[in-house]
Design a protein around this ligand. Structure first.
Ligand SMILES: [Zn+2]
Length: 369
C-alpha cells in the first residue's frame, strides 16, 4: 500500500512538466484535413467513364474493380462554360488549367486566351511529365494538357505545341499529324533533334527500349489506335513503363496523365461490349498504378472521367452474369462524375465540387505558391 501513492506522485509530477501542459494547450482537436505533400501525381482519366460505366464494368468483371482500392471518393460537376453537357476538350481543360471553357476548346479560357496547364507549370518547375492515351496524342484529352487552341480538331497545330513544352514521355496515336503535314515540316525529326527517342507501331511497345537519358515518344498508330478488343494492347505496358521512366528521369517528382480514351467511343457507338472491354483494360491500368503508388508511398493517384457518354443504363432484366445495357443517347450526358483518390493529399478530393477544383486540389496537394 505504501508504494502506490509514491508511484502516483511520480506520475503526477511527470504529467505536470511544462512540455506536456503546453502541448495539450496548443494542439486543440480540430476537424482539419491533414495534408501530406506528394512527390508525384498520376491522373487517370477514363473518357466517358461515368458511374454507370464503372458499375457495368464492375459487374462484368466478377463484381470487382481496382477502384475499390481507393479510400477517398468525391464527385465533380462536369458542365463547361458554354453547355451543360461538356465535351472532352472543355472538360480536360478544366482539369489541366482550372478554368471552365467552351466545348471544343483546348487549353484556352472562355475568352479564347491561352492559359498555362499544370503539365506546363510542373515541367517548368523541373518535374518529369508524361502523357499516355489510347486516342491520338493530339486528341482532346491529352492535347488539353500541353496545347492551346480554340478548336480541338486543329490536330496539326496542336502537334506543334509538343515542341513548345518538353513533355518527357508520351505515347498515343496520330503519327501522321507529326510527319505528313500540310506545312511539310517533319516534327518527328524535330523531336529527335531535341533529344527524343521516337518509336512507332512498326515495333511493339513492349519491344521498345526506353532511353537511359533524354525523352521518349511512341506513336501507336497513324491516326486512331485500334480498340482493345481488336488487338490494341499497349496501354498497360506504356503506363507501367511511363511510371518507371519518369521516376528515374529526375528527382523532382513526376506528373503523368493516362487516358483510357475509347470507353467514350464505345458509348458513342452504343456498343456495350466496346465500353466493357475498354473499361476492363483501363481497370488493369488503374490497379497497376495503385500498386506502384503503394510501393512508392509518395504518389497521389487520382482517377476520374471527363463526362459520361451514352446515358448508359443497366436494365432491370440484367443479372450479374448477363448485363442488359441500354443507352439513351449517342452523345455525352451531364451526370456528375466520381473521383477516386489515393496517397498523400488524397483527402482533398472528398466532397462535391466543380471539375476545375481537380486542378486546384492537385496544386494544393503539391503546395504550389
Ligand atoms: Zn465523346
Amino acid at each position: 500500500m505504501k508504494y502506490i501513492p509514491i508511484v502516483m506522485l511520480l506520475l503526477l509530477a511527470a504529467c505536470k512538466t511544462p512540455d506536456v501542459v503546453t502541448q495539450a494547450v496548443v494542439e486543440p482537436r480540430e476537424n482539419k484535413v491533414e495534408i501530406t505533400k506528394p512527390k508525384n501525381i498520376v491522373l487517370l482519366i477514363g473518357d466517358g467513364m461515368g458511374l454507370s460505366q464503372i458499375s457495368a464494368g464492375n459487374y462484368d468483371n466478377d463484381n470487382q474493380t481496382a477502384l475499390e482500392g481507393f479510400p477517398v471518393v468525391g464527385i465533380h460537376k462536369c458542365h463547361s462554360s458554354s453547355k451543360l453537357v461538356t465535351d472532352s476538350a472543355a472538360a480536360a481543360t478544366s482539369f489541366a488549367c482550372g478554368v471552365k471553357t467552351f466545348n471544343g476548346a483546348i487549353g484556352v479560357r472562355a475568352d479564347s486566351t491561352p492559359v498555362q496547364t499544370i503539365l506546363e507549370e510542373l515541367e517548368e518547375r523541373g518535374f518529369s511529365t508524361g502523357l499516355v492515351a489510347t486516342s491520338t496524342i493530339v486528341h482532346a484529352t491529352p492535347a488539353s494538357f500541353i496545347a492551346h487552341n480554340e478548336y480541338r480538331k486543329n490536330y496539326e497545330a496542336i502537334a506543334l505545341d509538343f515542341l513548345e513544352t518538353e513533355v518527357d514521355y508520351f505515347v498515343g496515336g496520330g503519327k501522321k499529324y507529326f510527319d505528313r503535314r500540310e506545312d511539310e515540316r517533319d516534327l518527328i525529326a524535330e523531336l529527335k533533334a531535341r533529344d527524343y527517342t521516337v518509336e512507332d507501331y512498326l515495333t511493339d511497345f513492349k519491344d521498345c527500349e526506353l532511353p537511359a537519358s533524354g525523352n521518349f515518344a511512341y506513336f501507336s498508330a497513324d491516326k486512331d489506335p485500334l480498340p482493345y478488343d481488336q488487338g490494341r494492347d499497349y496501354l498497360v505496358d506504356a503506363s507501367k513503363a511511363g511510371l518507371s521512366f519518369l521516376d528515374n528521369h529526375g528527382d523532382q517528382g513526376m506528373f503523368l496523365m493516362i487516358e483510357g480514351s475509347q470507353i467514350d467511343w464505345g458509348g458513342h457507338a452504343n456498343t456495350p461490349s466496346y465500353v466493357l472491354t475498354e473499361f476492363y483494360e483501363f481497370d488493369i491500368v488503374i490497379q497497376e498504378v495503385l500498386d506502384w503508388a503503394k510501393e512508392d508511398g509518395e504518389t497521389l493517384v487520382i482517377v476520374t472521367a471527363d463526362h459520361e457518354t451514352g446515358g448508359l443504363s443497366i436494365r432491370e432484366t440484367s443479372t450479374m452474369d448477363s448485363l442488359d445495357i441500354e443507352f439513351i443517347s449517342t452523345h455525352h450526358t451531364a451526370t456528375m462524375i466520381p473521383v477516386f483518390a489515393y496517397g498523400p493529399g488524397s483527402d482533398l478530393f472528398s466532397g462535391i465540387y466543380e471539375n476545375t477544383a481537380i486542378y486546384d486540389k492537385m496544386r494544393q496537394a503539391l503546395q504550389l505558391d
